[in-house]
Design a protein around this ligand. Sequence first.
Ligand SMILES: Cc1cc2nc3c(=O)[nH]c(=O)nc-3n(C[C@H](O)[C@H](O)[C@H](O)COP(=O)(O)O)c2cc1C
Length: 184
Amino acid sequence: MNETLKTIAERYSCRDFADTPLTEEQVRAIAGAALAAPSAMNRQPWHVIVITDKALIDELDAEGMSVLAAAGDKAGYERIKSRGGKIFYNAPCMVMVASDGSDYASMDCGILSQNIALAGHSLGLGSVICGMAGIPLSGPHGEEMKKKLKFPDGYCFGIAVLLGTANSGKEPHEHDRSKLTCLA
Ligand SMILES: Cc1cc2nc3c(=O)[nH]c(=O)nc-3n(C[C@H](O)[C@H](O)[C@H](O)COP(=O)(O)O)c2cc1C
């Protein structure tokens, strides 16, 4: 198996990060991998915001938990509580991907997020693509948070990826062969 296929096969979602910050070199490599992503008609309908300010990530986490706590359905809140009470698993780096909301933008942002996850794994970092990073932006302080994160005007949450040194590893998920048809 070549190195690229090995990285794809071994990547897993990490939900247990150490405090260790990313190095500048790691951040540069991650940002480059993000911007290298393909997009429909090369529109690049994203704005990539790399957050290594742990206090800001913690603020987003706390806001997300308070939005979840206020929701009618407490399932999300309880799930995070059972996982240690942190939506962002103490990750020292979050890459927030803002989307311009145009056609194909959500697919393009998804592809970009996988570039980040794979780049992270190839650098020996744990990563998890994080849809829940949209939660703190959906509550009463959402617009304030977007301003703090320097979302361009008119951009909405696309996706996010959390990165950092993994405290513990995990096996990649099992492949479901029933989801595959090969016609020859
Ligand atoms: C679009 C998307 C959103 C996700 N959002 C979250 C999330 O908010 N929190 C989380 O812990 N995992 C999240 N995940 C990770 C999935 O749960 C994970 O990819 C899946 O369980 C398969 O496990 P694996 O990545 O270890 O193979 C997300 C994955 C994708 C692709």
